[in-house]
Design a protein around this ligand. Structure first.
Ligand SMILES: [Zn+2]
Length: 389
């Protein structure tokens, strides 16, 4: 990197960064093969970008699916060009800023929202950046082939020592939140956005289908943080469900999917039904449970799907019309939503102390990815720390 490409503030990070011209990153060279460590030139931030020194990168269970066979699940899926640096949930410190960046300092601890959009289309102009045709998740994938350039423009995922990303994607991390905890902001933010869409808050009840998983457990933590009266959660593993209930015995109730109808269970507790249903079911889940959960909604209730359920769900559209039910699909969150969620963590309302981190050095990245198969439900927090080789 040339000295002219960065601002003097770059020096503030320390001699080790200042002298570095290369970085180590884990890269996927071929689908189905393990990642390998490569030495690459240190990326330079463009005028509206920042350079982030990655301290931790969250590893979600779905990463192994994406790496192995995502293109079979979703043929339209657009993935980073190989060899590629993956890594969805990067956190670290700002190490350098582009020429036109102001308002954020070198050294700021940040979560990098991986959601990239074009900035110039009608949806981006309206601030609805997640609806951009070119929307992509940096270091992960995009759902449409139109997003190829977006992925090409930001080819650095969190499984490398540095990455560049737009300044508009920076989510400052509160002092009371560790890098490891902030590496969970991705799926937590996805839940937070869903709960906002469902108008969750004081005076409301929510049902989270799949509450004990990596995605669903955010429904318990954020439902509590946002002041939801009562949280109803379903899952398969009874022991995990009991631990989720243990987060707040007086406000969380749990139900095993092996014990019958979700709607019947909910309506025995709240006759008119719940205000909101957030569904977190993954690709292998029984789609009937989704439709069953929707029947637990009150008239005018809101259902938000944030799970990648793989099979068609038998939804009763007639009943939805009769009862004024809304169904949203919601895939990620905006940077603004993530900043507001971070504010909940700053006050302590969002308590992330339940997460148990399993940290891996960069050289053990393949073990981290395969290790998620043996996770302790949503309580596990898998992170790779690129600082440690
Ligand atoms: Zn756009």
């Amino acid at each position: 990197m040339s000295a002219s490409s960065i601002r003097p503030e770059y020096e503030a990070v320390g001699e080790d960064v200042l002298s570095a011209s290369t970085m180590i990153a884990a890269r996927l060279h071929a689908v189905g093969s393990p990642m390998q460590l490569d030495e690459l030139p240190l990326p330079a931030p463009r005028p509206l970008d920042v350079l982030v020194r990655v301290r931790a990168c969250g590893v979600v269970p779905n990463l192994s699916n994406v790496l192995a066979h995502a293109s079979h699940i979703l043929p339209e899926l657009c993935q980073p060009k190989l060899p590629a640096i993956y890594g969805l949930d990067a956190v670290g410190e700002i190490a350098a800023i582009g020429e036109q960046v102001h308002g954020i300092e070198v050294g700021t601890r940040v979560y990098v929202n991986p959601g990239r959009s074009c900035g110039s289309c009608a949806q981006c102009r309206r601030g609805n950046t997640n609806a951009c045709q070119d929307y992509a998740l940096q270091g992960y994938f995009a759902c449409r082939p139109e997003a190829r350039q977006t992925l090409d423009d930001y080819p650095y995922g969190g499984l490398g020592q540095y990455l560049t990303a737009p300044v508009s994607a920076m989510v400052p991390i509160p002092d009371n939140v560790t890098f490891d905890q902030a590496a969970r902001f991705g799926y937590l933010g996805t839940m937070y956005s869903a709960l906002l869409k469902a108008n969750a808050g004081p005076g409301t009840t929510i049902l989270v289908n799949g509450i004990s998983g990596t995605l669903g457990i955010g429904g318990a933590l954020l439902g509590l943080a946002m002041g939801v009266d009562r949280i109803y959660g379903t899952g398969r593993d009874r022991a995990l469900l009991e631990r989720v209930k243990g987060i707040a015995q007086d406000r969380i109730e749990v139900f095993s999917l092996a014990d019958g109808s979700i709607a019947r269970w909910v309506r025995r507790r709240v006759d008119e039904g719940v205000d909101a249903h957030i569904d977190c079911m993954g690709p292998g889940a029984d789609p009937v449970t989704f439709a069953d959960a929707m029947r637990a909604l009150r008239r005018g209730g809101i259902s938000v799907n944030i799970g990648a359920i793989g099979n068609a769900v038998p939804i009763d559209l007639h009943s939805m019309m009769d009862n004024g039910i809304t169904l949203h699909g919601s895939g990620w969150f905006t940077t603004d939503e993530a900043v507001r969620m971070a504010a909940l963590a700053a006050t302590g309302a969002l308590d992330m102390s339940i997460f148990k981190t399993q940290g891996y050095p960069l050289s053990k990245v393949n073990e981290a990815i395969s290790g998620t198969a043996k996770r302790d439900g949503g309580f596990s927090n898998f992170v790779v720390r690129p600082d440690q080789i």
